[in-house]
Design a protein around this ligand. Structure first.
Ligand code: FES
Length: 103
């Protein structure tokens, strides 16, 4: 299912924002003006909101223990996280950002 989650103008370049969609908390990341990626907002290591971490190009740093994740693949790049976070397909249409969630 496809959901509208934000307008392009609501997400600063180089930042991530948390959005709630259909009971899920998603970190919507904008590493470059025309690039958006969506991953689960909850860190795979423990309870922390990845959207509150620092976004460095395609890596986001968990604000709690500092694990890095690749926002394109969800892969955990550094300890203490060892499991990936889920990623979601993003589409931008007329300045509106949509994501695909599994049915
Ligand atoms: S909660 Fe994210 S690295 Fe520990």
């Amino acid at each position: 299912m496809r959901f509208r989650i934000a307008s392009v103008s609501e997400v600063e370049v180089g930042r991530a924002v948390a959005v709630e969609v259909n009971g899920r908390r998603i970190a919507l990341c904008r590493p470059a003006p025309d690039e958006f990626y969506a991953i689960d907002d909850t860190c795979s290591h423990a309870l922390a909101s990845l959207s509150e971490g620092e976004l460095m190009e395609y890596e986001i740093e968990c604000p709690r223990h500092g694990a890095h994740f690749d926002i394109r693949t969800g892969e955990a790049l550094t300890l203490p996280a060892t499991k990936p976070v889920r990623t979601y397909r993003v589409a931008v249409d007329n300045g509106e950002i949509h994501i695909e969630l599994p049915d």
